[in-house]
Each structure stands twice: as structure tokens, then as C-alpha cells.
Design a binder for this molecule. Structure first.
Ligand SMILES: Cc1cc2nc3c(=O)[nH]c(=O)nc-3n(C[C@H](O)[C@H](O)[C@H](O)COP(=O)(O)OP(=O)(O)OC[C@H]3O[C@@H](n4cnc5c(N)ncnc54)[C@H](O)[C@@H]3O)c2cc1C
Length: 296
């Protein structure tokens, strides 16, 4: 075995929120063979599997995660090819979105504007169908995706076309119960020399609107049909509301920031408080975008 599998690894360091307990077993595969090894280990020891991408949209329990957690942040490889008037990109799912951004920037292409400031990795982009509020093209991650390869629990690789997947707002179905292993994307090869300036401008706007200097998971709640959730939370007077080390950001009401060694329980209780208050005061049900992992 070349893959090292560690015991009792604290996962907070692998999340953008810097929150969470320990994984019973944890590994960081770098190749397809190592990912297979990880799955074989889990099967041999009858361990449940949890996948962690860039960790930018998860709330990991203080009690941690039982079984084997597979972190994909080193499972990274990217190649490109221009064919039939399109730029084709083939990457392993742990490739950071920022690597994808670099490719589009180098080629002065439109998706750079969409990807600017989107954290996490490519696999997380598929699973969450990451998207932006601005009217950019593309506006959602899955618009760029042609097909994916998944790895089954037995280490078998299967290709799924985009048409095999069910794509919706901040969610993609149809790849489960496997692991998104490889992602193939493409976009019309049209150069836009103005893109670098636009990306710089978009970054400035993000920085002015979002608390990017503090640990968070980005938007905590999805926008309910017909509403902007940040406005609803703001109108309920919840900006700055704090439970333990978790606080509704004073800058952006749909961000909960880790102001002082927040526990997962602090963040979760704050989420429940915001949901309850918005329901009571506005009559609107809001659901989380952030995914809870581990033992609750
Ligand atoms: C500051 C900040 C700003 C953000 N802005 C945005 C934004 O503008 N738009 C937006 O949509 N999101 C945004 N997010 C949220 C987040 O970055 C995205 O949802 C991102 O796509 C998640 O990717 P990830 O790799 O971090 O996934 P993770 O958080 O690691 O995982 C998310 C879920 O996907 C599963 N998963 C991950 N990879 C795989 C895989 N390969 N196979 C199977 N399952 C997998 C995990 O088990 C988990 O359930 C923001 C987050 C932060 C911290």
C-alpha cells in the first residue's frame, strides 16, 4: 500500500469554516490507483465512506465522522485541448476551481469571470452545481460540463454523460452513490481580451460585499423562489446575531462567520435560529445550501 491512511485526524483544517471534529480514518489520495486503494481499505474494514472536496460547503459535526473520510484536495490533474472550435478540459475531481480559472484566464475566455472567487474543487462544483447571482455566462458550473467519470465502491470506473445527470439549483443528482472522479468540460474557444480587467473588477466587488477575511462556508441558505435570502435575514435584524463563536456576518446576512473558535453546534444552532426567525417574521421557509457531514 502506498497510500497512507491516518487515524483520528481533525477535519477543521480541511474546511473553509475551520470547524469540525475528527475523522476516524483519513486519507488524501493523489492518483486514481490511490483512490482505488482507499476504497479497497474501506471495503475490507467495512467502513462507511465520506468524501471531502475543497471543504468549502460543509459543516462537519463536533463528534466527527465515522469510517473513512477521503479528502480529494490532492487528487488533482488537468489537461486541455482545442478541438472543433472549443476548449476541452479534462481534470481529476480534486483539481481546484482556481486551476480551472487559470486555464480560462490564460486563454482569455468568458468562464474566467464566472470562476473568479469560487472556492473548492471541480468535483464539489459538480455535486453542488455551484453558481453565481450575477448574470454571467456561464452562471452555473454544470453549464460547462460534458461528462464525468465516477468510481464505484468496488473501484470500477463508469462514464456518465451530462444527459445522465439531473441538474438543478445548487444540486446535481445521478452520480450517487459513487464518487465523482473525473470531470470533462468544454467551452467555445472565443478570446475576450477584456476578461482580465473584468475578473479584477468582479474580485473587488466580491471583496466589498462578502466577509472574505473570515472563515465561512459562503452562502449558508439557498434563495427561496422569488426571494433573496440575504435580504430576508437582514430584514429580520439578524446581522451580527451570535451563538458561541458563530455569528451572522455584519457584511453579508447569508454568511455565518467563525469569529472565535466556533463549534459545529454553534453554527448549527445559529442556522436553526435564523430559519425559525425568518419563518416567524417573514413566513418563508429557508433551507440550507451547506451540507452537514458526520455524526449529529
Ligand atoms: C467564501 C466562499 C464563497 C463561496 N461562493 C460561492 C458562490 O458564489 N457560489 C456557489 O455556488 N458556492 C459558493 N461557495 C460554496 C462552495 O465553494 C461551493 O459549493 C463549492 O462548489 C463546493 O466545492 P467543494 O469542493 O469545497 O465541496 P465540499 O464542500 O468539499 O463538498 C460539498 C459536498 O459535495 C460532496 N463532494 C465533494 N466532492 C465530491 C466528489 N468528488 N464526489 C462525490 N461527492 C463529493 C461532499 O461530500 C459534500 O457533500 C462559497 C464558499 C465560500 C467559503
Amino acid at each position: 500500500m502506498s497510500l497512507s491512511i491516518l487515524n483520528n485526524v481533525n477535519l477543521a483544517q480541511y474546511t473553509s469554516w475551520m470547524i469540525g471534529g475528527d475523522a476516524d480514518h483519513f486519507c488524501l489520495p493523489t492518483t486514481v490507483d490511490e483512490l482505488k486503494e482507499a476504497l479497497a481499505f474501506a471495503k475490507q474494514n467495512q467502513l462507511p465512506i465520506t468524501i471531502l472536496g475543497g471543504g468549502s460547503n460543509v459543516l462537519i459535526s463536533d463528534k466527527g465522522i465515522r469510517g473513512l473520510t477521503i479528502g480529494l484536495r490532492r487528487f488533482s490533474e488537468i489537461s486541455t485541448e482545442i478541438r472543433d472550435g472549443r476548449l476541452h478540459i479534462n481534470c481529476l475531481s480534486g483539481t481546484a476551481k482556481s486551476e480551472l480559472l487559470k486555464v480560462f484566464l490564460k486563454n482569455q475566455m468568458g468562464p474566467a469571470l464566472f470562476l473568479a472567487g469560487l472556492p473548492g474543487d471541480v468535483g464539489g462544483g459538480v455535486v453542488m452545481n455551484a453558481g453565481v447571482a450575477e448574470m454571467f455566462t456561464p452562471r452555473e458550473f454544470m453549464e460547462m460540463v460534458d461528462s464525468i467519470d465516477v468510481m464505484t465502491i468496488d473501484g470500477e470506473i463508469k462514464e456518465l454523460q451530462k444527459s445522465d445527470l439531473k441538474i438543478s439549483y445548487r444540486h446535481t443528482d445521478g452520480w450517487q452513490p459513487h464518487i465523482v472522479m473525473r470531470v470533462r468540460l468544454s467551452w467555445p474557444y472565443e478570446r475576450k481580451p477584456e476578461i482580465l480587467t473584468q475578473v479584477r473588477e468582479a474580485n473587488k466587488i466580491r471583496l466589498s460585499k462578502q466577509p472574505l477575511d473570515m472563515p465561512s462556508c459562503g452562502s449558508v441558505f439557498k434563495n427561496p423562489e422569488g426571494y433573496k435570502v440575504a435580504q430576508l435575514i437582514d430584514q429580520c435584524g439578524l446581522k451580527g446575531y451570535r451563538i458561541g463563536g458563530a455569528q451572522v456576518s455584519t457584511k453579508h446576512a447569508n454568511f455565518i462567520v467563525n469569529v472565535e473558535e466556533a463549534k459545529a453546534a454553534d453554527a448549527w444552532n445559529l442556522i436553526l435560529h435564523v430559519q425559525k426567525t425568518v419563518k416567524e417574521q417573514k413566513g418563508v421557509d429557508i433551507v440550507t445550501e451547506v451540507i452537514r457531514l458526520g455524526d449529529w
